[in-house]
Write a protein that binds this ligand. Structure first.
Ligand code: AMP
Ligand code: GLY
Length: 419
């Protein structure tokens, strides 16, 4: 088969890496890809929202399957577009990807079907939102309705911070029309867990659980990022909690989407928080997580293409899916300044000295044969081992072998599992 993956980050590198092991694939393309993906797939200079260019390329190249990885093209209907041209695509249609694309939709769905989530109110005008906010107390959470590159959520510790976030979203419109509505939500505390599932309408098959680290600095200090590191499994979280999340949250959500006439086919990502009152939903994403994918796919023993095809054929229930017992830890190596402004184009050295880890490129480019930085999150170094301790050691040893000016990473990835 000839397969095209859409996207350019560490997640897409991990997906391309997993697909590259499939004996059924004769040719892999990635649009637009990055400096690391270029070693495994032919990178095509077409970007994620160039729908016409993507479908024309897929036709010309006789692509059998287009795998759409990122949120933006899913929410904007790339899968629908490809299907309308007779091209097979993997990922939810726009009417299902809305579970990530609109937090108001997601919250209303969960409320309607009594699926556990933080208490909230939503507003599409500033004055009533402000009046409601002033009736509440900090800490409190303010969320822009639409996609905002992971930056639309403020966990406000003070009312001043909360009011500033609301103003940014609704008055100054820093997220454009993604901020036309807001969700104001109860602050929850507890460990977070990313629970991803393969979903084909009503069949839900959980992947192995993982945990992300969103704040930029050690001990969860500093501003939120796209994710600074992940690990899997979560030895400190009992299997009974994972089952509770499946039975009370993930399966009912897939069923609710079917009932709403929006069957979800693809990867459904539940962002969960383990509160003293049970597991609750923080968010749903309509895609693989980044950097969760960089620890999940290295543990998958089954051919990923077979799973994608089973979802598209509606045979996910019969598809064998096997996971390895190994532990995986991914350390994100970021550009100096990230998540604020950062330089690009800095040469990366030491990639050839990496010993045991998988190096997934997130923000790199290949310039005249030299790999250079090209994003905030530059590389994800995934160590694999018999347990979290060994996987961590390998990931950090290799993260130290790689250099570029200003590089930084968190030193405490996976420590929550070891405390
Ligand atoms: P999201 O973009 O929805 O994943 O939110 C980003 C991060 O904000 C989450 O990973 C949580 O750490 C935090 N967060 C979101 N909603 C809440 C909430 N209701 N209570 C506490 N923390 C939250
Ligand atoms: N790691 C968080 C996300 O992919 O949304």
């Amino acid at each position: 088969m000839r397969v095209l993956v859409i996207g350019r980050g560490g997640r897409e590198h991990a997906i391309v890496w997993a697909l590259s092991k499939s004996p059924k694939i004769s040719k892999l393309f990635c649009a637009p890809g990055n400096g690391g993906i270029a070693g495994l797939a032919e990178c095509v200079p077409i970007t994620e929202l160039q729908f016409e260019e993507i479908s024309t390329f897929a036709k010309e190249q006789a692509i059998d399957l287009v795998m759409v990885a990122p949120d933006d093209p899913l929410a904007a209907g790339l899968v629908d577009h490809l299907e309308s041209k007779g091209i097979e695509a993997f990922g939810p249609r726009a009417n299902a990807a809305i579970i990530e694309g609109s937090k108001v939709f997601m919250k209303e769905l969960l409320k309607k079907y009594s699926i556990p989530t933080a208490a909230y109110e939503s507003f599409d005008a500033y004055e009533p939102a402000l009046a409601y906010l002033r009736s509440q107390s900090a800490p409190i959470v303010i969320k822009a309705d639409g996609l905002a590159a992971g930056k639309g959520v403020t966990v406000a510790q003070t009312m001043e911070e909360a009011e500033a976030a609301l103003r940014d979203i609704m008055v100054d419109q820093v997220f454009g029309k993604s901020g036309a509505s807001v969700v104001i939500e109860e602050f929850l505390t507890g460990q977070e867990m990313s629970l991803l599932a393969f979903v084909d309408g009503s069949t839900v098959r959980l992947m192995v659980p993982s945990q992300d680290h969103k704040p930029v600095y050690d001990n969860d200090k500093g501003p939120n990022t796209g994710g600074m590191g992940t690990y899997s499994p979560l030895p400190h979280i009992p299997e009974s909690i994972v089952q509770e999340a499946l039975v009370k949250i993930v399966q009912p959500t897939a069923d609710a989407m079917v009932k709403e006439g929006r069957p979800f086919k693809g990867v459904l990502y539940a962002g969960l928080i383990l509160t003293p009152n049970g597991v609750k939903t923080i968010e749903f994403n309509a895609r693989f997580g980044d950097p969760e994918t960089q620890v999940i796919l290295p543990r998958l023993k089954t051919d990923l293409l077979d799973i994608f095809l089973a979802i598209n054929n509606g045979t996910l229930a019969e598809q064998p899916i096997e996971w390895s017992e190994e532990a995986a830890v991914c350390v994100i190596v970021a550009s100096g300044g990230y998540p604020g402004p950062y330089p690009k184009g800095l040469p990366i050295t030491g990639l050839n000295r990496v010993q045991d880890s998988l190096v997934f490129h997130a923000g790199t480019a290949l310039e005249n044969g030299q790999i250079v930085t090209n994003g905030g999150r530059v590389l994800g170094i995934t160590g694999l081992g018999k347990d979290i301790i060994e996987a961590r050691q390998k990931a950090y040893a290799d993260a130290d072998r790689i250099h570029f000016e200003g590089k930084h990473y968190r030193t405490d990835i996976a420590m929550k599992a070891l405390k």
